[in-house]
Design a protein around this ligand. Sequence first.
Ligand SMILES: Cc1ncc(COP(=O)(O)O)c(C=O)c1O
Length: 323
Amino acid sequence: MKRCLSLLLPCIAAMTLAQAAPGAWTHQSSEGEDATSAHYYFYSESGGKVDRVRWVWNGGAQHDPTVTDFLIGPDRIAAFLAEPILASGGVIIPPEGYHKRTAEICKKHDILYISDEVVTAFGRLGHWFASKDVFGIEPDIITFAKGVTSGYVPLGGLAISDKVLARVTGKNSNGAWFSNGFTYSGHPVSCAAVLANFDIIEREKILEHVREVAPHFQASLRTLTKSPLVGEVRGLGLMACVELVADRQNVGAESTDLDGEIAKRVDRHCFELGLIVRPIGNMCVMSPPLVITKAEIDKMVSILRQALDRTAEDLTKEGKWKA
Ligand SMILES: Cc1ncc(COP(=O)(O)O)c(C=O)c1O
């Protein structure tokens, strides 16, 4: 993976993106996952393992590496797919060592480890990729999208490790052609945006900037736990979630309708005050621009605080909630 990733960036600058091996370009993120499965089937056929048909996904914040090892049976697992941080699932940070342990188990059983870095790659956690730099693992395949163009135009892709590449090329391919692509794979307009984006990230030292402001972002948001409506604040880098609850005794339990109502109101007040948060159930999820300054972080947290206060006030007046 190291060679793959270090190759990926300079290669991109030097040649047509669609040819920037090892990897593949897609139009959006899910296609990256489709292309990943195609790679897997080709890979496993070369390795004589076509009987492995299950994919394990770490969704639902399962976060129990023993599941792979003991419950399903390693011989029945084709690949393990995990986000470094579960993003849309509520910004769930894995327990210390979780990714290392799952990666070790996968390696032991020759199960492909696929890291879905659609959210975390290209700066969100202050690094080009989070798998190695933040979590110390080298996946077999990394899928990415969003940050590769900073979202200005659609593009996704996957980076493939030497191990997978060796299995599907040269003699190991047994003369078979691996044929996989999409109409707009590696579209030149999107690829031009990638080059411009990477130039800016490097020139303006955006990764360094994220690493500098992220601790302030995380610490400032955590001050919101003083509000009786906040059950938990969690996050890493420039990703965060403020989880709202009517009853703090219920943190971690199934969210109630009132929890969801609180989040909707906080979201509405934030919008009126000039801040857009992403409401997911009873959570306000935030991924601010990577160039956010400390002053803007302070403004953001101040708006959230006002929105929480206004929500508490409204609900108390309406007799729906009391502190
Ligand atoms: C981690 C992750 N993977 C995959 C996807 C799917 O992306 P797309 O809609 O571009 O296919 C998303 C979408 O938000 C995502 O957050």
